[in-house]
Design a binder for this molecule. Sequence first.
Ligand SMILES: [Zn+2]
Length: 108
Amino acid sequence: MSPPGETLADMTDPVDPFADIPSGWRAITAAMDSKLAWIAPAAEYTMVRVERGLLRVQVTPTSPEAERLLRDAEARAARTCEMCGGAGRAYMSVVGSVSTLCGDCSWD
Ligand SMILES: [Zn+2]
């Protein structure tokens, strides 16, 4: 059940909240997920998505420790290639979409 007013974009798959996360970031989200279960066992993901080449994660209920963990994962993703998990940076495609990629993957 979704609370009233929740938009479709904020709905996260309860079975696999990371379904939309690219393979290069799965190690980051998996590590974040296991730490979160330890520091905030009651927390549930309300948002897990990729927005202009950046990872965006929100949980509820949250805490300063959980926020630190999520922001750390987002910062890691911002410098990790979303395709291969190597060292990445933001690239803009010819159509203007932004992805975080390494030099090799940016040629695709
Ligand atoms: Zn790459």
